[in-house]
Design a protein around this ligand. Structure first.
Ligand code: MOS
Length: 754
């Protein structure tokens, strides 16, 4: 496999290596729990062994007797923490379950925290904390007794009379699908280190939204947010799990305050399954009606999603799936199913992963029912005007993606009959599906500073969760100010910097780069004015529109030039600094004020005047062993269009990583739940299956050039959450093609194919 960086095509930037690559591979990059703090104490959590009931007694005597134990925090001595309202959006509380008892709302709820001189002592003492419970039988998931199911709201997309269209349809597909529980399992664990300096608190915690964390932790502590700083320079994976305030953070902050020393918590892998969020299991019933010629006339989609008892978290991906094709008529609903579980939350491509899996499987079933090629079915139903809202798209390259991916894959050699492409012992199947992700933009700020030497510093409290944000933000400033990338320093992930967007909804590149462009343009304007209005300079009297910036110089079209250093000298300034606020079209003017107070203001996707999505087409080959039914994926091709690609190397990496996750979603990944105890069973990464190298074959990522002047000033459609959408459906569709067996519940396992 080639490791060369992808060559940029039209409307793509340079494939620069990551600015943080060397720091990360040499271990020099300091993740939040690596930051040295003076004389820290170490905390270990104690979590509930029941999912529902009451904590009757907590015996801490034996634990306190372990030498080196300093304090044990329980419900008794943490009452001063203020409850914070649950908010599903970025930055708020991840759950309403914030107390350490006596009421127990889910397995693995935090019931105590031991603080000691060393991690080992704290862990030993934590084992010696004895809890006595009054246990009630929990409801674990779909099918359990005692669940509470309700509509997740009143308004879900609807257009025309879908019931009538279904009864009039020539062909109807009516099928049910299911997706499993998944946990993020970032390699970096859920850590929190708190340091007080008088009234001022510094929190070192991996975060996708440092302003959100800062404001939320201040609320729970009952202090002024101005006294809290959150630092999260590097994040070792997040996928949505680090976007909110979990109950651990205020506990650690309180402990550090009371004990007068820094306190560091590194929660264990299994605790990460219950003290943070996860992707909940879903069920879907879909009906598609079509005419004999393939034109779809009706689409109904009824989704059901598990959530906790108190919090009605939902992803409601019908708002996205209804945009994908020209459906004629649409009827959708979403129910939440309250169970005795921790509150779920965002996980990479939250709404579209389960809902697009279901729709794209149903599309394949419809193609089979019509005897039609699945790519042709999508072509016939390609959309220019949204079925529900009548809005048009800012840009849409879906069929271009299909054509490029199909050609690269060799799709034309496919024979339609299931089992018809056998190769010896192996049943070969080819399948495809659509990937999509809504283009979100968020209000954000940025500060850019230019020195006469040509050095540039960009500051914004945005986050690089491993995606390449440092690099693309640096490239944007370098390009705009005409300096080499090496001259740019990018500072992110610190709430002392001007606020940036939550690193969720794939907003970072589109939003932050738009703010950086605005700040750079303000600097350019000052330079241009100084260069062109001077009486004596080489650019005197030039029209501002005639000047561009390159190699540290302002250059006119006829080649006349003046160095930025000289222009700045004329301005009499040692540095040019601009602070900019970017408010995307569709976000209220108070979006920046909200951002400062830790609330994200977002727009895009199905909202606004235009429908805005990044799109893709994924093709996979599966091989199912005729006797053992082992499923392998020898190759996968994805073609994607996401507006301007700022860096083909980092974009390629996001898309490829997404497809690998998609393979895992199709064939490996699921959190197993013990139905009697509502407990996660495989809560470690040896039993929580994800693809290893041997499962990841050749993956070809094709970036399809696309221009979109409407989405945002950067022209970018976020694609961090695009690649893992569609892959699972493509694999399920290929498994059907190989075997004639339609598997509708993920993941697909050998036993499903026997
Ligand atoms: Mo992503 S799940 O929107 O952090």
């Amino acid at each position: 496999m080639s490791i060369a960086a992808p060559e940029p095509k039209a409307n793509m930037g340079r494939p620069e290596p990551r600015l943080d690559a060397r720091l990360k591979v040499t271990g020099e990059a300091r993740y939040p729990s690596d930051v040295p703090v003076g004389n820290p104490l170490h905390a270990v959590l104690v979590t509930s062994a029941i999912a529902k009931g009451r904590l009757d007694r907590l015996d801490t005597e034996a634990a306190r007797a372990v030498p080196g134990v300093v304090e044990i925090f329980t419900a008794e001595n943490t009452r001063e923490l203020k409850p914070l309202e649950y908010t599903p959006g970025g930055g708020g509380a991840s759950t309403s379950v914030q107390g350490l008892g006596p009421d127990i709302a889910h397995d693995g709820q935090i019931i105590a925290m031991v603080v000691a001189e060393s991690f080992e002592v704290a862990r030993e003492a934590a084992y010696k904390v004895k809890a006595t419970y009054a246990r009630e039988a929990p409801s674990a998931s779909f099918g359990a007794a005692g669940l509470d199911e309700k509509p997740a709201g009143k308004e879900f997309p609807k257009a025309g009379d879908a019931a009538a269209a279904l009864s009039a349809a020539d062909v109807v597909v009516d099928a049910e699908y299911g997706t499993p529980t998944q946990h993020h399992n970032p390699i970096e664990l859920f850590t929190t280190t708190c340091v007080w300096d008088g009234e001022h608190l510094t929190v070192h915690e991996p975060s996708q939204f440092v302003y959100g964390l800062k404001n939320s932790v201040a609320k729970r502590l009952g202090i002024d947010p101005a006294k809290v700083r959150v630092v999260s320079t590097y994040i070792g994976g997040a996928f949505g799990s680090k976007a909110q305030l979990t109950p651990r953070t205020p506990l650690v902050a309180l402990a550090a305050k009371r004990l007068g020393r820094p306190v560091k918590l590194v929660a264990s892998r299994d605790q990460g399954f219950t003290i943070a969020t996860y992707r909940a299991e879903t069920k879907h019933r879909i009906r598609l009606g079509a005419r004999r010629d393939g034109k779809i006339t009706a689409y109904t989609h009824d989704g059901r999603e598990v959530t906790s008892r108190p919090d009605a978290y939902k992803v409601a991906g019908v708002s996205d799936t209804v945009r994908l094709y020209d459906f004629g008529t649409v009827a959708t609903s979403v129910n939440v199913v309250h169970a005795d579980r921790n509150t779920p939350g965002f996980m990479r491509s939250p709404p579209v992963v389960p809902y697009v899996y279901a729709l794209e499987s149903a599309m394949d079933e419809l193609a089979v029912a019509l005897g039609m090629d699945p790519v042709e079915l999508r072509r016939i139903n390609d959309v220019t005007k949204d079925t529900v809202s009548g809005k048009s798209w800012s840009s849409r390259s879906l069929m271009k993606c299909y054509d490029e991916a199909a050609a690269a894959f060799g799709w034309s050699r496919r024979t339609a009959e299931p089992g018809s492409m056998r190769d010896g012992e192996w049943l070969v199947g080819w399948g495809c599906a659509t990937a999509c992700y809504p283009t979100h933009m968020a209000a954000t700020t940025a500060r850019v500073r230019l020195l006469p030497s040509g050095e540039v510093r960009v500051q914004v409290a945005a986050h690089d969760i491993g995606t390449g944000a440092y690099t693309v933000i640096g490239q944007t400033a370098a390009e705009r100010l005409g300096v080499p990338l090496a001259a740019v320093t990018v500072e992110l992930g610190d709430s002392d910097l001007p606020p940036g967007p939550v690193a969720g909804g794939s907003t970072t590149t589109a939003s932050t780069c738009s703010a950086v462009i605005k700040a750079c343009d303000a600097i350019r304007e000052k330079l241009v004015r100084a260069a062109s209005t001077a009486n004596d300079g080489p650019l005197a009297g030039r029209s501002p529109s005639d000047l561009s910036f390159t190699d540290g110089r302002a250059v006119a079209s006829d080649g006349a030039a003046e160095s930025v250093a000289d222009v700045m000298q004329r301005l009499g300034t040692a540095a040019l600094e601009e602070y900019a606020e970017y408010i995307p079209h569709g976000v209220q003017q108070d979006g920046i004020r909200k951002l400062y107070s830790g609330r994200a203001a977002m727009t895009g996707g199905p909202h606004g005047d235009k429908i805005m999505y990044a799109l893709g087409a994924e093709f996979v080959e599966v091989r199912v062993h005729a006797r053992t039914r082992e499923v392998r994926v020898p190759r996968a091709v994805g073609a994607f269009a996401g507006g301007r690609i700022l860096n083909p190397r980092t974009a390629h990496s996001q898309l490829m990583g997404g497809m690998i996750w998609g393979i895992g979603s199709a064939l490996h990944e699921a959190t197993e739940i013990d139905p009697r105890e509502a407990r996660y069973v495989n809560d470690n990464i040896s039993e929580y299956l994800i693809p290893v190298n041997a499962d990841v074959p050749r993956i070809d990522v094709i970036m399809v050039p696309e221009e979109d002047a409407e989405v945002n000033p950067a022209g970018v459609k976020g694609l961090g959450e695009l690649g893992n959408v569609g892959t699972a459906a493509a694999i399920a569709n290929a498994v059907y093609h190989a075997t004639g067996k339609r598997i509708r519940d993920l993941p697909i396992r050998i036993e499903d194919l026997l």
